[in-house]
Write a protein that binds this ligand. Structure first.
Ligand SMILES: C[S@@+](CC[C@H](N)C(=O)[O-])C[C@H]1O[C@@H](n2cnc3c(N)ncnc32)[C@H](O)[C@@H]1O
Length: 240
């Protein structure tokens, strides 16, 4: 996720506390965390909105490298001493941490350093956890480790923001939409990453899902919140 898109995501997360508690203002759902880059942007946005991080402070940059995690500018423990919620939204970060299809060995986005030598399977959880802890945002983030569809069957919540950036193939992208878009509170936001109207720029499923959400009538576009391939919709009625 490029910095500009991450900062746009942070600004969006910062709007969630304006929703009422119980009506979406206390939960952000992230589908697809990888090493925590977007998780940190979401956390940073919450902290910035609530005055815990100076606006324009350093942005997080948890990326490909296990050592690449940086903290939001509030330092190592912006939330030290506070209770897990303390009136702020929490980020439910859902990922099985075994990587998407295109991250497996032999594919374009494979990074061998994330293969667990004991199991031979990709495992980004230790890196994600390291980055969340290093940034001092553990009290804001709840890691939900599992398949996003399976998680959806056992976790019920109304979210102020659902950010979808999980599997980008047709099956996982549609499953994430069907499972998680209905969780967006009235007045809340659905953000989808890697939406490319031009097929030359990237895969189709996130764009198709985005168009379906728009055509459902339950969401309207928030043009001013768009950035790059990050597209944002706001729920205006029930029906999805
Ligand atoms: C594109 S990456 C997420 C990138 C992250 N949002 C960021 O900005 O750094 C996609 C992630 O989705 C996860 N994923 C793919 N399919 C999934 C599924 N069915 N359930 C849970 N996680 C899944 C992968 O493990 C991977 O970490």
């Amino acid at each position: 996720m490029p910095d500009a898109e991450g900062l746009a995501l942070a600004r969006l997360a910062g709007q969630v506390p304006t929703l009422p508690p119980g009506g979406g203002g206390d939960v952000i759902v992230e589908i697809g965390a990888y090493c925590g880059r977007s998780t940190l942007y979401l956390s940073y946005g919450i902290l910035a909105a609530l005055g815990d991080v100076p606006p324009g402070g350093r942005s997080p940059s948890a990326g490909q490298s296990p050592s690449a995690g940086q903290s939001p500018s509030a330092g190592q423990s912006p939330s030290a001493g506070q209770s897990p919620s303390a009136g702020r939204p929490v980020v439910l970060s859902v990922d099985h941490h075994h990587g998407s299809e295109e991250m497996q060995a032999g594919w374009e986005h494979h990074h061998g350093e994330f293969v667990d030598p004991g199991t031979g399977v990709m495992d980004t959880l230790p890196t994600w956890r390291h980055n969340i802890a290093s940034a001092g945002v553990e009290s804001l983030v709840i890691g939900v480790i599992g398949d996003s569809q399976t998680v959806a069957t056992s976790v019920s919540c109304v979210a102020g923001l659902v950010f979808i950036d999980g599997g980008h193939g047709s099956q996982p992208a549609w499953a994430d939409y069907r499972c998680w878009a209905p969780r967006v509170a009235l007045g809340g936001w659905l953000a989808i990453h890697d939406v490319f109207p031009d097929p030359a720029d990237g895969g189709r499923p996130p764009f198709e899902v985005y168009m379906q959400a728009l055509h459902s009538g339950a969401f309207r576009e928030e043009h001013e919140l768009h950035c790059g391939s990050l597209r944002v919709l706001r729920r205006v009625s029930s029906g999805v």
